[in-house]
Design a protein around this ligand. Structure first.
Ligand SMILES: [Zn+2]
Length: 202
């Protein structure tokens, strides 16, 4: 019962869940407002306000207490091109903001402790229920991101998989599309990677 109450409180919360600054579920009926971009203002270790100091290259946020510089780096993510037959590719319809309802490639952010391949396969399974059996590197792309500053997306081709399509977590739908039926993709980084896929894999 307690679990149910807790779960209900979570699902009905109007708070955007904290996942890389707002890539989370939101309560229905609210208009989406993207969170402010990440900035280093306070030390996440000791909580002190950061100062600006020179690290030998340039001025950067610095904590005098922890003697530590803070850097803004692209956030690593991974995505999958899951092939079926001659020309079908798997796309997912986003259940979360930003771009809720629009289509994308299955994928997500890489967690500490996993490789980019593991992240790609984990996200594929979480979002679609499919387990990738053969995975190989396609390429990568870096793009500015209003929320993270920049993202670096590593793209993989999944040539073999098992399981049944079962959209879940960040996906409200997952479908294979023939080349001429592909939906427009929400993110330019995915569109560029799709162009790369078509260039290399055709
Ligand atoms: Zn500190």
């Amino acid at each position: 019962m307690l679990y149910w109450v807790f779960k209900r409180a979570l699902t009905e919360s109007s708070l955007v869940t904290a996942r890389h600054g707002g890539y989370g579920k939101k309560a229905s009926g609210m208009s989406y407002e993207p969170p402010k971009p990440l900035e280093w203002n306070y030390c996440p270790i000791c909580g002190n306000r950061l100062i600006v100091a020179h690290d030998g290259e340039k001025d950067r946020p610095h904590c005098p207490g922890c003697r530590r510089f803070y850097y803004r780096n692209p956030v690593p993510a991974a995505c999958c091109f899951v092939r079926r037959g001659e020309d079908e590719l798997l796309f997912t319809q986003r259940a979360v903001e930003p771009c809720r309802g629009q289509w994308s490639l299955p994928g997500g952010f890489v967690e500490v402790g996993e490789t980019t391949e593991e992240a790609a396969l984990r996200e594929l399974y979480e979002e679609t229920g499919l387990r990738g059996l053969q995975i190989r590197l396609l390429g990568l792309n870096t793009k500015a991101s209003p929320i993270s500053g920049a993202i670096l997306v590593v793209a993989y081709v999944v040539d073999a998989f098992e399981g049944e399509l079962r959209p879940d977590t960040d996906a409200m739908d997952a479908q294979f599309f023939k080349r001429h039926e592909r939906p427009p993709l929400a993110f330019s980084v995915h569109r560029d990677l799709l162009a790369l896929y078509d260039q290399i894999e055709r």
